[in-house]
Design a binder for this molecule. Structure first.
Ligand code: NAD
Length: 267
């Protein structure tokens, strides 16, 4: 019998690799762009009993995404995409953050929509930082349609050439994309949603803590849960969100942040 297949982008990363272990009932297509890191990650998963297969994909490259989709179809029935691949604002290049965190997300949604069937679900890992960008018709259209040839030139003037700003805008875009496409996925009996982590202790967050210690400590002080998050916090939520128990959850953003966003917005 064909197995249900879940694709994890950023599968060699902090959140992606841990999330795989919460999806033991599925065939996993684990993807990332560095062959060596991916091979090492997939070997560990297989040794732990996971039914995992690796596939190298640069998510900024449309042909590479198409190859991933084709590979996925050969593995069984498409159950879901857990899209964790991304970069933080520490990449000192706003256009690169736009390409990886926003444009690539939109291309993945478009490509995986084609193979979505009843009960498929796309979970896009966004960030609480997307919620600090206010709604504004001046840029929201471009955030929602990053593949439009004018999108970058519309967004760029709002960034002050700052990659952290682009990260926040990109994550707002991810929220908008999940909401916008929900109806279309619903017509197939499929779901799409975003999940916004707070600070989760992975190499990405550790870099941010090292670069902005005061700002990050302030966030910790404002977190009702009294701690930073762990990749396991995201993995457990993803496990629920892909399951039938979450069948009525779509077209929204799920916060997994220890309560910090609500405190930040109160300031
Ligand atoms: N860690 C946090 O505190 C935190 C907080 C909020 C949101 N997030 C989001 O969660 C997601 C995962 O973060 P993480 O902490 O696991 O980061 P990470 O850096 O550990 O993992 C990200 C993975 O994405 C991969 N990747 C980057 N560019 C790629 C490309 N072009 N093609 C294919 N793969 C690519 C990297 O190789 C890496 O393995 C990101 O979207 C991030 O923005 C993280």
């Amino acid at each position: 019998m064909d197995k249900n297949v879940i694709v994890i982008t950023g599968g060699a990363g902090g959140i992606g690799s841990v999330t795989a272990y919460s999806l033991k009932d599925y065939k996993l297509v684990v993807t990332d762009y560095a062959q060596e890191a991916l091979d090492e990650t997939v070997l560990k998963m297989k040794n732990a009993g996971l039914d995992a297969v690796g596939f190298v994909c640069d998510i900024t490259n449309k042909a590479s995404i198409d190859a991933l989709v084709e590979f996925t179809q050969k593995q069984g029935i498409f159950k879901g995409l857990v899209h964790t691949a991304g970069v933080s604002g520490t990449v000192q290049n706003p256009k690169r953050v736009f390409d990886i965190d926003l444009l690539a997300t939109d291309m993945l949604v478009q490509a995986f929509y084609e193979i979505a069937v009843e009960n498929s679900v796309l979970i896009l890992i966004a960030s609480i930082m997307g919620h600090v960008i206010p709604p504004n018709p001046a840029y929201d259209g471009a955030l929602l349609n990053p593949q439009d040839e004018n999108a970058w030139s519309i967004i760029e003037p709002f960034l002050e050439n700052n990659s952290d700003n682009m990260y926040n805008f990109a994550k707002r875009g991810v929220h908008l994309i999940a909401k916008h496409h929900a109806m279309k996925f619903g017509k197939k009996g499929a779901r799409i949603l975003s999940l916004s982590p707070g600070v989760i202790l992975t190499p990405m967050a550790e870099k941010a803590i090292a670069e902005h210690p005061e700002q990050m400590n302030q966030m910790l002080m404002m977190t009702p849960a009294g701690r930073y998050g762990k990749p396991e916090d995201i993995a457990a939520t993803v496990q629920f969100l892909v399951s039938d128990a979450a069948a009525f959850i779509t077209g929204t953003d799920i916060l997994v942040d220890g309560g910090v966003l609500t405190q930040m917005l109160k300031q």
